[in-house]
Design a protein around this ligand. Structure first.
Ligand code: NAP
Length: 304
């Protein structure tokens, strides 16, 4: 058997921490530039529904990252029994608050609450998660205002490590309106570091393995550990692992095992590059959320 030299090449590990730091630095510089005399510094509001859930943990993380980006943080927790009308009143009030430049509505919401309807009440500049219908529509129409931070993170990681999507085949696995679809649309944008040929796969895709093998770049947004192996990933493909599955594991210092969609040991020596989980897409996503907040601040002041 003839040895294949390409198969022996190590797989690059695309860490996100350094890129995240660069994004924070750019974000604080942007905020400093947008701060006009007499203008209050930016404030990011975050709404969670229900006490004591994972969203309160997210809010603590968001508070830390906001402080790092010089953004004031305004968390609020609504009772788990909140109705759609009260939730929408809260969203509307923050949308109209001139001291707030960005609003995050934590999701999924408890059963019976309509997330898309509530978040779509935000003006697009303040919808820093980029998940309201106007932002999604604008992205599809090649006129983005706020793009979901997780989609930006995938694209930024590729660019940071010198891989331009232009003209390449990109397979996005997952079609949720908050992750998979905006990611695919971002790679499809004309210019703007998009210009890729994009395929979206999902749980109903026929012969997913064959579809995956067409990807020079794979962006996996599923939440299914072990989905990607060398059996369905093309040799030398670039794999951006957005998937994040957490399970309790008392043997770990954090008490939690975090897994992506890729089987890293199977892809080692096969793929060109792989983003680790944790430490790949995650930190870049949070940094981009703060960058979106700075963007909202600039846009609301007409300085962008
Ligand atoms: P979601 O709403 O559950 O969507 C998952 C998508 O994966 C769906 O489109 C689903 O297809 C598809 N899917 C499920 N099983 C599949 C399979 N066996 N083969 C192919 N496709 C399959 O989840 P989400 O909110 O989009 O998030 C996706 C993942 O990204 C999750 O693991 C989440 O934790 C992670 N995430 C990470 C970050 C980060 O910063 N790292 C940020 C956000 C999300 P159908 O549409 O047919 O059901």
């Amino acid at each position: 058997m003839v040895a294949n030299p390409a198969a022996q090449s190590p797989t690059a590990r695309w860490e996100g921490k350094k890129l995240a730091e660069e994004i924070y630095e750019r974000t604080t510089a942007r905020i400093d530039r947008a701060l006009a005399p007499g203008r209050a510094p930016p404030r990011l509001a975050s709404i969670a529904v229900g006490e004591g859930g994972p969203f309160n943990v997210y809010q603590r993380q968001q508070a830390k990252m906001a402080a790092k980006a010089h953004i004031a943080f305004l968390p609020s927790v609504l009772p788990a029994t909140v109705g759609q009308r009260e939730l929408e009143e809260k969203v509307r009030a923050l949308d109209q608050d001139p001291t707030v430049c960005g609003v995050i509505l934590q999701h999924p919401l408890p059963h019976g609450l309509d997330f898309l309807r509530a978040v779509s009440l935000l003006r697009p500049e303040k919808d820093v998660d980029g998940v309201g219908s106007e932002n999604l529509g604008r992205l599809a129409a090649h006129r983005p205002v706020q793009v979901p931070a997780v989609a930006l993170a995938s694209r930024d990681l590729l660019l940071h490590y010198g891989v331009r999507p232009e003209g390449r085949t990109v397979v996005v696995v997952g079609r949720s309106e908050t992750v998979g679809v905006p990611t695919a649309l971002l790679f499809l944008l004309r210019g703007n570091e998009g210009d890729a040929t994009v395929t979206i796969a999902h749980s109903r895709s026929k012969d997913l393995d064959s579809v995956l093998r067409t990807g020079e770049i794979i962006i996996s947004c599923v939440g299914r550990p072990g989905l990607l192996t060398r059996a369905n990933v093309a040799q030398r493909a670039y794999v951006v692992d957005v998937g994040l599955t957490t399970t309790s594991d008392p043997s770990r210092p954090t008490g939690v095992l975090m897994q992506g969609d890729a089987n890293a040991s199977s892809l080692q020596g096969w793929a060109s590059a792989l983003t680790p989980v944790p430490g790949g897409v995650g930190p870049v996503t949070v940094a981009n959320l703060m960058a979106n907040c700075a963007r909202g601040y600039e846009l609301l002041a007409g300085t962008s």
